[in-house]
Design a protein around this ligand. Structure first.
Ligand code: 0GY
Length: 309
């Protein structure tokens, strides 16, 4: 894959570029597998980054995303609006429209979005909105504004994707409970994997999932959550093995409400950039049977993003 560039924008200092030579996974994805969390960035010269962004990424185009999809063996993508594009969904829509029906989108919208704009997003393939609560990434949006958006997109059959830090779950619990649509949690609610699997922190997240049948979970981003790192760094046998038991627990407890994604092009990473082929190999460790793998990679994302009408 060709090298990333930064268009007319200067990339945030310290940021690593995405990995241009991903390995071929040794884990064979089931036919029809969906990469249910990835992004497109720009290119900035064509789709400018948002003035209110907290970081400037290197470009990661739709062509580069689709090349990665084919290289890894995925059939489809769910492209999630990243904060560097704010509520300007043009790059996302452009990618969905160019995918030939093989990509769906999760957009970011403001309360001022019109019904016609929502309809146009739907026609392009958008099936959800993302509410981001990670303070280093976004400014605060009042909850009543988010609730109003959720009520409007419910009518389109969409869902809400949420991104938050584990420490903020108690404060967000009631708000998430009140959302009228399915709620998809990014990256397992960012557990602290130095804490015990059966400890209070992750226990609260599992309780949250148990008590809310409308909540789904992406068992993604081991590279973001891991303290141990990939095997290349320290010769471990399994990649990101400290994250593995957390992801596996969620898959085994809630096999019909889990999704998986690469998170390519991996924004905001400064210590190492994952090999996406290796990330795919991680799946075999968290979903150990063909049935769990099929649910995680095919049945669940298809139900949410490509439902039979
Ligand atoms: C991710 C994770 C991150 C970034 C964003 O929208 C974003 O900018 O989600 C992160 O920095 O943890 O899902 O891509």
């Amino acid at each position: 894959m060709s090298k990333p560039v930064s268009g007319d924008f200067t990339k945030t200092p310290g940021w690593l570029d995405w990995y241009t030579g991903p390995s071929k996974p040794s884990f064979q994805l089931p036919p029809g597998a969906v990469d249910a969390h990835c992004h497109v960035f720009g290119p900035g010269a064509q789709f400018p980054y948002a003035p209110e962004r907290k970081y400037t990424p290197c470009d990661a185009s739709k062509e580069q995303l689709f090349a990665l999809r084919d290289h890894l063996g995925f059939a489809r993508n769910v492209i999630v609006q990243a904060t560097c594009h704010g509520a300007d969904n043009r790059a996302l829509v452009d990618a969905c429209l160019a995918s030939g029906g093989r990509a769906r989108g999760v957009a970011t919208v403001r309360r001022s979005v019109s019904d016609a704009e929502l309809q146009a997003l739907h026609a392009a393939g958008v099936r959800g909105v993302r509410f981001n609560f990670v303070k280093r990434l976004v400014d605060f949006t009042p909850k009543e504004e988010l609730l109003e958006i959720a009520q409007r997109i419910q009518a389109l059959g969409w869902h809400v994707v949420v991104y938050f830090e584990a420490a903020d779950l108690p404060d967000l619990w009631e708000f998430f409970s009140a959302l009228p649509t399915p709620v998809v949690v990014d990256h397992m609610g960012r557990p602290d994997v130095s804490q015990p699997l059966d400890g209070p922190g992750f226990g609260l997240f599992l309780k949250f999932m148990r008590q809310h049948p409308h909540v789904w979970c992406k068992v993604s981003c081991p590279e973001r959550l891991s303290l141990a790192g990939p095997p290349a760094l320290n010769g471990q046998t399994a990649p990101y093995r400290d994250v593995l038991p957390f992801a596996r627990r969620v898959v085994e407890l809630f096999p019909d409400r889990v999704l998986w994604g690469t998170d390519w092009p991996h924004p905001n990473l400064k210590d190492h950039m994952p090999d996406d082929g290796l990330l795919v190999d991680f799946i075999a460790h968290i979903a150990p049977t063909p049935e769990l793998q099929r649910k995680l990679l095919v049945d669940n994302p298809m139900r949410l993003y490509w439902p039979k009408e």
